[in-house]
Structure formats: structure tokens, C-alpha cells
Ligand binder design. Structure first.
Ligand SMILES: [Zn+2]
Ligand SMILES: [Zn+2]
Ligand SMILES: [Zn+2]
Ligand SMILES: [Zn+2]
Length: 285
């Protein structure tokens, strides 16, 4: 059966004479036929895409919509079976050697993934619920950290702390130190170094020293600050007598070379380029 459809045509003398000779394209199947329903094919005119022709495709007596095999056949072993067409219950297929059906797992999340664990999905076979399988191939979610929040304010000589907390699990936290270093600008100048002190003969004679401008920490480095950078505390005044906190005492017994290492490490912790390099015993700035 053929039907013609015209939506528009330049000079239609009649529906059969549309004003030009159609240039039909290929027939294209738009609906496949089944065992009970006709299918449909259409073709479109290359001169005007609103010129469309359609035709039926006859019923396909082999295009059944089979249900599950029922019988002795199982997921894993061959056997006999019968299946019924969902389009027409009278279409019945029987076979005494149906190949194993295989499992038909439906997957469901049974252990939710976490920041660090990928979680577990469990598959249950729709043909036999005693057949199950698990999948762990997913990916962990990873932490979802919020912004850094100051949990201990830094102060002169005291190291501050800031923390970020995972939005998925508040027991996941990360902590980093805030290195308080208040600097003072020292302007260029000249001073007299040394003395005639008989206790320190190496200091004689007093002499004039000229220095360019530089920055310097306003406060002495405390034991807490030193330990936070160097992970060691060489000080001897570490007792907490008389209500004093050793953390706030200045660090002592630090060699001149320790100071260079401290400065470089602190620079790196602050994301700055280390200022000093040491070759043998000759530091460079
Ligand atoms: Zn046409
Ligand atoms: Zn059928
Ligand atoms: Zn199964
Ligand atoms: Zn987390």
C-alpha cells in the first residue's frame, strides 16, 4: 500500500502533479515489523523535505518477542525449555536442548563508596536469586575538603594552626601550621663593632662596619617556632618551672649553620625560594 503526503509544493496543479518531479531518496525503515504488527518505511524528496512517502512493511513471522525459557534449562546447564511470545500467547517455542541461559545480574550498591574506599556492588541473578556476585572495581570518592579555617591564631613567637574538614566525613581533617614571622625593616647604616674589653681580645680594635638595608624578625625565634620548622629543639632551658611555657622561651644552643637551615626550611614551608646556599663552610646569600 502506498500513500502520498504533501505538506507544501511550489505550484501544485493537483496532488499528483506537485510542480516538480520528485527526487526520492532511499527507503528508510522507521518501524521494524514484528510477528503481529506491520512495520513502516519512508523516503524523502531531495527537492523538498516536506514531500514524504511512506509504505508498510509486511509482518515478520520470525520477529517474536520471546519471554524467558521455562523448563529444565538453567543459568549454567543446558536442558529443555518452552517460551511464549509476549505479542501473541499462541506463539510458543519449545526446544529440548536449550543452551545454558547465563546469569542475568541486576547490580545494586550494597556498600556505599567513601572518601578512601570504592564500595561494593552486589549482583543478583533475575533467573535465580541464589546466584550472586560482587563488584569492587569502582573508584573511591576522594576527600571533599572545605576551606582552611584558623583553629589557633598565630601570635608573635607562637605558631598558629589551620584545619580543613572533609564535607563527606568530618573525622577527616588536615592540619597545617601558620608560621608567624613579623619582620622589621632595618635601614642601611654604619656602626662601630668591637671593643678593647680585656675579656674578649678578639674584638679589638673597635672598627666601623657599614650595612645595607635588610629585614629582620621583630622577636627572637621561640622554641615552639624552631621545633615546628626543624622538628627538634636543641635548647637546655626546657623546664616549665614557675608557670612558664618553654614554647615561648627563645631557642638556644643553635649554631650559625642551624640558623641558615632554619631560614631555608621556613622559606620552603612558606612557598618562598630559600635564600641561602652553603658550599663547604662558605654560605652564600
Ligand atoms: Zn518533491
Ligand atoms: Zn510472536
Ligand atoms: Zn543465574
Ligand atoms: Zn573524606
Amino acid at each position: 500500500m502506498l500513500t502520498l503526503a504533501f505538506a507544501a509544493c511550489e505550484n501544485p496543479a493537483s496532488p499528483e502533479n506537485p510542480g516538480h518531479v520528485h527526487q526520492w531518496g532511499q527507503w528508510t525503515r522507521t518501524t521494524a515489523p514484528t510477528c503481529t504488527e506491520l512495520g513502516e518505511e519512508t523516503r524523502v524528496c531531495a527537492l523538498n523535505s516536506s514531500h514524504v512517502e511512506r509504505r508498510d512493511v509486511s509482518i515478520d513471522t520470525d520477529a517474536h518477542n520471546w519471554g524467558e525459557w521455562v523448563g529444565t534449562v538453567t543459568c549454567e546447564t543446558a536442558g529443555s525449555g518452552t517460551r511464549v511470545c509476549a505479542n501473541n500467547q499462541e506463539h510458543i517455542d519449545t526446544d529440548d536442548n536449550v543452551q545454558p541461559l547465563g546469569h542475568n545480574y541486576e547490580w545494586k550498591e550494597t556498600t556505599a563508596p567513601t572518601c578512601t574506599d570504592p564500595g561494593v556492588e552486589t549482583g543478583t541473578c533475575t533467573r535465580d536469586a541464589t546466584h550472586t556476585d560482587t563488584l569492587t572495581g569502582g573508584a573511591a570518592l576522594g576527600h571533599s575538603y572545605g576551606a582552611w579555617t584558623v583553629t589557633k591564631a598565630p601570635a608573635p613567637g607562637a605558631v598558629g594552626k589551620e584545619t580543613k574538614v572533609c564535607a563527606r566525613d568530618s573525622s577527616h581533617t588536615e592540619e597545617r601550621l601558620i608560621h608567624f614571622m613579623e619582620m622589621v625593616q632595618i635601614s642601611a647604616g654604619t656602626f662601630t663593632m668591637g671593643s678593647y674589653d680585656s675579656q674578649d681580645t678578639g674584638a679589638a680594635p673597635p672598627h666601623s662596619v657599614m650595612l645595607g638595608a635588610f629585614s629582620m624578625g621583630r622577636y627572637e625565634i621561640t622554641q615552639e617556632q624552631y621545633e615546628a620548622v626543624m622538628e627538634s629543639n636543641p635548647s637546655s632551658f626546657t623546664d616549665e618551672a614557675a608557670g612558664e611555657s618553654k614554647d615561648r622561651r627563645p631557642v638556644e644552643r643553635v649554631s650559625w649553620y642551624d640558623v641558615l637551615v632554619f631560614c631555608n626550611k621556613l622559606s620552603m614551608m612558606e612557598g618562598l625560594t630559600p635564600a641561602y646556599s652553603i658550599s663547604g663552610t662558605h654560605p652564600r646569600f
